[in-house]
Design a protein around this ligand. Structure first.
Ligand code: ADP
Ligand code: TRP
Length: 320
């Protein structure tokens, strides 16, 4: 099975990104034909500072490798190194109804948050469809917020196939129900753009501050508490094993444990969990030449797949 998913280099990777998508991707490199990439073309829709984009991209590559992505076990590349996808995006845009894009929640949310409504932001799902269809990907692991985008890619593939003949594999999203939406420190969806996120590679004191700021209710220390409505517990669930969860649930329900104590336990878990990745990241950072080589090789592997597919598409539509 071919698994494929991309991530934007537009900010710090956070716990929501990791449990919603990256962890699953890294696991799948041993079990599938995995395609993982950094979507810098997509980031251009919201990042207009070139230095920020360059640094963000370099950081995203290092972070992903440090988290365990192994370029020998998968195809890992930078989106803009495969120009075929922009060509395919244009062709696909000519079979995409305007009304389909007008229904995109993500576009409306981003504009409501103040991101400039440029044409790239509006056609973002078409480029994402091209990313998926250019590699004949079958399964797309994403968080819940990307479900509609993958459905659009599916609609576009079917529309193209119906009109021009069977060309594309019709993709399907894969959403891990348990971590479909990881909450941020305010209880809303954790997101780079909401400033409610807990980043993976921040110094310990920054993470501590974020954990201590998690929103909780005002139940007094001695009273029993409901773990199922608590943001601290929701995050603890991502890191704890079954026995630890039972123990934590009992502490909530028994009363006598303050939210401050629960936060300290969560903090320790998070710091321990990401410690080995931080060590690996520091090592990778010393060898930037090697990273350049990895990305060059990855781009070539990706192009070798996308080129013949584009060749077929050009013939199907009459460009050749
Ligand atoms: P952000 O919302 O922080 O900008 P992205 O849109 O770059 O994140 O998302 C990258 C990947 O991480 C996507 O597959 C997305 O669905 C997933 N993801 C992002 N935030 C969360 C979250 N809070 N819970 C689960 N998955 C998430
Ligand atoms: N839109 C996705 C996000 O913001 C990133 C993305 C771009 C993507 N192209 C993709 C995800 C192709 C899966 C497949 O998270």
């Amino acid at each position: 099975m071919r698994y494929l998913s991309g991530i934007q280099p537009s900010g710090d990777f956070h716990i929501g990104n990791y449990f919603g998508m990256m962890k699953r991707m890294i696991e799948m490199q041993d079990k599938s034909d995995l395609f993982a990439f950094i979507v810098n073309f997509h980031a251009l829709t919201s990042v207009s500072d070139p230095e920020r984009l360059r640094q963000g991209t370099e950081k995203a590559i290092l972070d992903y490798l440090a988290l365990g992505l192994d370029p020998d076990k998968c195809t890992f590349w930078l989106q803009s190194d495969v120009p075929e996808v922009t060509e395919l995006a244009w062709i696909l845009s000519c079979v995409t109804p305007h009304g389909l894009l007008e229904r995109a929640h993500s576009y409306k949310d981003k504009v409501a948050k103040g991101i400039s409504p440029n044409l790239g932001l509006f056609t973002y799902p078409v480029l994402m469809a091209a990313d998926i269809l250019a590699y004949n990907a079958e399964i797309i692991p994403v968080g819940k917020d990307q479900k509609q985008h993958v459905e659009m890619a599916r609609d576009i593939a079917v529309k193209f196939n119906n009109h021009y003949g069977e060309t594309f594999v019709v993709p399907k999203e894969e959403i891990n129900k348990e971590v479909a939406t990881v909450p941020g420190v305010d209880g809303q969806k954790m997101s780079k753009s909401y400033n409610n996120y807990i980043e993976i590679f921040a110094p310990d004191n920054v993470i501590k501050k974020k954990i201590m700021s998690i929103k909780t209710d005002s139940t007094p220390v001695e009273d029993p508490k409901n773990p199922d409505t608590c943001n601290v517990f929701a995050l603890y669930k991502l890191f704890a094993n079954a026995a630890e969860l039972v123990e934590m649930r009992q502490k909530y329900e028994a009363g006598g444990m303050g939210y401050g104590d629960a936060k300290k336990i969560l903090l320790e878990k998070i710091l321990n969990y990401f410690e080995p990745f931080k060590t690996k990241r520091a090592e990778l950072e010393k060898n930037k030449n090697q990273i350049t080589q990895i990305m060059k090789k990855g781009a070539q592997k990706a192009r070798d797949i996308a080129s013949p597919i584009l060749e077929t598409v050009r013939k199907r539509v009459g460009l050749q």
